[in-house]
Design a protein. Sequence first.
Length: 234
Amino acid sequence: MSTNYFILSKNPANDVSDNSKDQVIYLNSSLTYVLPKVNIDYYTNRGLFENQLIDWSKQLCSKDKVFLDIGAHTGTYSISIADRCQHVYAFEPQKMTYYALCGGVALSNIQNITCINYGLGSEYQVGKQVLKIVSMDGGGSSMHASSGILLEEEILVSTLDSFNLSNIGFIKMDVEENELFVLQGGLETLKRSNFPKILFESNTEDKALFEYIYGLGYRIVKIGGYSNMYLAEV
């Protein structure tokens, strides 16, 4: 048994008992995304960010394997491809972005997504870290940003290995220059799952990241149509 949800909107200036201007919104669509309003024109005219890449990624999923969405943002990947996976673990450290992720999962009534409010990294990053927020849509937030910082937020970071996950078939990783450290903190997890396919972002020529991935026995293929997206596979 599962619970379906609707949205109740109230005027914050009124008493809770004042129902005169309540709005009730019930969404009939099976998949619902809670998205940043600042990007409403883009979403209206072009759809989800990386929508073609999301569709392409479905072929990398399997109903008997786990999908890891590391840097899940508001869940566009997780929500879109959960039905192709045994289970999804969606990691998102930024507080309000994480709440939007959870809201989309709840409104979509998806039972096989677990949302986790942690950033992932290496052992030396474990604990409290400062996330630098560089855009009002939650995208691009990084522990490594040095310019264009709008806000800072304290987050919790752990290693992937600490979650003891297994049977992973596919990983999507978009963590704004922390990819190498995520892999270093997840080496045992990768080994345990026989080195699953990894879709990852690299905005610059990160030599250390690429050398580490090659050292694990992967080959790296650049994704056509995207200047910064790569697939690692054994």
